[in-house]
Design a protein around this ligand. Structure first.
Ligand code: PLP
Length: 415
């Protein structure tokens, strides 16, 4: 064990950090300006009166609610579905998830006896720690949240299988690859069990948010079992809806979002989406095709992101290891992809760490954001987002975090 410095020493170290007048932000998983610059070429495309799609449509005009065929073909491998079962919308996959929930509440999904909102009570299974915006969506629409602990292989499937038998449980969130915030990738066994488990609700839907499908931080490229195929094989073809986007491939505010599912679900989605809009921004879709071109183009771009991101993640984990390694005070993830490092501090200390960091000029995601209703009952988990600040700032921020963790731990031990 490495000895923890005395409280007075930690307070002196903390005061010195405060004296540096830092102004750092590790709250959200936003791409940095340098990452956005990788796609600067996108902004001026298609240009030169290039506005015809592969099938000869004029991309400037109305229509084409399912999205361009060439974009659907380009992302078929990522989504794990043929182009005809893919929809490409505007930016923000979160918006697609929102719309699916809104349509389900208002009208039901294929297989529903009635709209979800007409049920006495509905609930979603929520792997925890999880993504705060998934939880916020449930909260805003009065969908109850059933927490499910995460394991290294994905959600604890014994708990999922037990809870899914409850007919009030209508859906589940899943970030199957490099999950937000723990970085776990679901094992094949987890995917298979999710596909074939019994559900109490006949119209149960798995919201398969594959936001980090392409976002590797190492040379390793895990291949996730195809959830749509697994569901079809298990006789539950309508169970999963897969979501992805280019928010962290091209431009976070001007990318493309997409979903893929069964024929029935895609028909259902398009019938509803077709009432909401006459069609998506097809010029942006064309722009993406001209810019990305093919899988090789996507891979090269993602390598560019990795070169910018990997050193920042290393800076966080190495700094934490230097200050906290062997103290037994904290544990942290060493993710192989995605956008976050998950830090676990002694029980009751996470909120205090955020407060101490803020007074040092470092903004962190509020403690509790990793849990439904923003409440971490043990006040232990913190999500660190190293993508946006510059490398030197990330190093400084990680040092602040480490010092605040030690200080909060010592304060609570002495209290
Ligand atoms: N899903 C997860 C798990 C995320 O972490 C994020 C962004 O941080 C999103 C979805 C948002 O995706 P989009 O920009 O496509 O709405």
């Amino acid at each position: 064990m490495t000895a923890i410095p005395a409280l007075a020493d930690l307070q002196a170290r903390y005061a010195a950090l405060q004296g540096r007048g830092l102004k750092l932000d590790m709250t959200r998983g936003k791409p940095s300006p340098e990452q956005l610059d990788l796609s600067e070429g996108l902004v001026t495309l298609p240009g030169n009166r290039d506005h015809r799609t592969e099938t000869g449509e004029d991309a400037r005009n109305y229509g084409g609610v399912q999205g361009l065929a060439e974009v659907r073909a380009l992302f078929a491998a990522v989504l794990g579905a043929p182009p005809e079962r893919i929809v490409v919308g505007n930016n923000s996959s979160l918006a697609l998830m929102h719309d699916c929930i809104a349509y389900a509440l208002l009208k039901g999904v294929p297989g529903s006896a009635r709209p979800w909102s007409k049920e006495e009570e509905i609930r979603f299974l929520c792997p925890v720690p999880g993504y705060d915006r998934h939880f916020a969506l449930c909260e805003t629409y009065g969908i109850g949240m059933v927490p499910v602990p995460m394991t290294a292989e994905g959600p604890d499937m014994d708990v999922v299988e037990r809870e899914a038998r409850d007919p009030r449980v209508r859906g589940m969130w899943a970030v199957p690859q490099y999950s937000n915030p723990g970085g776990e990738t679901y094992s094949d066994a987890t995917v298979s069990r999710l596909a074939r488990m019994e559900t109490g609700a006949p119209d149960f839907r798995l919201f398969w948010d594959n936001a980090y499908a392409l976002h590797h931080l190492t040379e390793r490229r895990p291949v996730l079992r195809n959830i749509l195929e697994a569901c079809a094989e298990a006789g539950n073809p309508d169970r999963a809806i897969v979501f992805a986007s280019t928010s962290k491939v091209t431009l976070a505010g001007a990318g493309l979002a997409m979903l893929a599912s069964s024929e029935a679900n895609v028909r259902w989605y398009l019938a509803n989406a077709g009432k909401r809009s006459i069609g998506p921004d097809k010029l942006n879709q064309l722009r993406h095709i001209r810019f990305l071109r093919d899988q090789t183009g996507i891979d090269a771009l993602m390598d560019g992101h990795r070169r910018l991101l990997a050193p920042k993640f290393r800076a966080v984990t190495e700094t934490l290891a230097r200050h906290l390694g062997g103290t037994g005070v904290a544990r942290w993830s060493e993710p192989e992809g995605g956008y976050f490092v998950l830090l676990e501090v002694p029980e009751g200390c996470a909120t205090r760490v955020v407060t101490l960091a803020a007074a040092c000029g470092l903004a962190l995601t509020p403690a509790g954001a990793t849990h439904p209703y923003g409440r971490d009952p043990q006040d232990r988990l913190l999500r660190l987002a190293p993508s946006y600040p510059k490398l030197a700032e990330v190093e400084a921020a990680a040092e602040v975090v480490a010092t605040c963790v030690l200080l909060a731990a010592e304060e609570s031990r002495e209290a």
